[in-house]
Design a binder for this molecule. Sequence first.
Ligand code: FES
Ligand SMILES: [Fe+2]
Length: 359
Amino acid sequence: MGNAFDFQPDISSAATIPSRCYTDPAFLALEEERVFCRTWQLVGRTDQVAESGQFFTAEIGDESIVVLRDGAELRGFHNICLHRAGPVAHGCGKRQTLQCRYHGWTYGLDGRLLHAPEMEESAGFRASDFRLIPVQVAAFGPLLFAMIDAGAPPLSHFLGDIPERAARFHVDELRWVMRKSWTVRCNWKVYVDNYLEGYHIPVVHPSLHKEIDYGEYRVEPHRYWSLQHAPLRPVAGAAADRKYVPAEAGDQAQYYWLFPNVMLNVYQGQMQTNVVLPRGHGECEVVFEWYSATPPADASTDAQWTKLVAFSDEIQDEDIEICEQVQKNLRSRAYDRGRYSAAREVGVHHFHSLLHEFL
Ligand code: FES
Ligand SMILES: [Fe+2]
């Protein structure tokens, strides 16, 4: 595809990216190759591999991987047997070896081939020459990330100083509470673009607009991520009609976006992760997972959690509706590119600059 699209680094004179980036299946294939296989992807949680031998499988773009714990080591491999490409793991579980579901080649948790039946007559074949192809894995708090490109820099390089900035929220101590997912009929980037600006809040989210101090809304772009600050409006008089009540002055949430498709919404004692997974060029799956320092016994019946999730659902429904309409319109012959608000769409422009860089 050559140069995927032309890009203007100065937002004040830039045009948005062409509509075909959102509607062309060939463009998604390019993104899988150059974006999803070259960035750290949120694939699971550390509690899923707490004990040696625990494993789970995950998909990154069109690649299947397996993540496991081997003693103290977290490891990741392509879920591909070196014989004739059968899968070495399914779903999740706990085992001391991985056995291919096709002809039974058996691998250790370190990826080494331990046993391959009936290979004695194959000249020069030595099991010890074979090892599952590794992928990089790394944890941040309870979150497990994986990277297909074995030569790419570590997770810490991409996270930069997020761990220090988020330190006061004690992300390490948070435990998983619940998961919810949506299938959204839009290209994954339409959803990400929408997340990265507060510009639409007054029109799309009237109830959220009442809660936040829109004038103070800020976006800080960093190398591979950005941070949005959406301070709550000061509470005047009775707080009874407010959905969020700041616990103390300066009690702010941090909204991190990690290129290309991960959002970490961090609050005091709580975190919500959003992952946007392409499902074809015109559809994506959006997965929300909630974490808490004090998980409820049952989030589905807990009054505080039911209220929290209901408000999150209201915002999500409003976002989904506008994103699906935008996707439909991006297919129109009447539209190709627009302009950015230099005041409000710094985060979207930053995302597009990274996309341009990786493609
Ligand atoms: S493909 Fe795995 S043992 Fe044959
Ligand atoms: Fe929104």
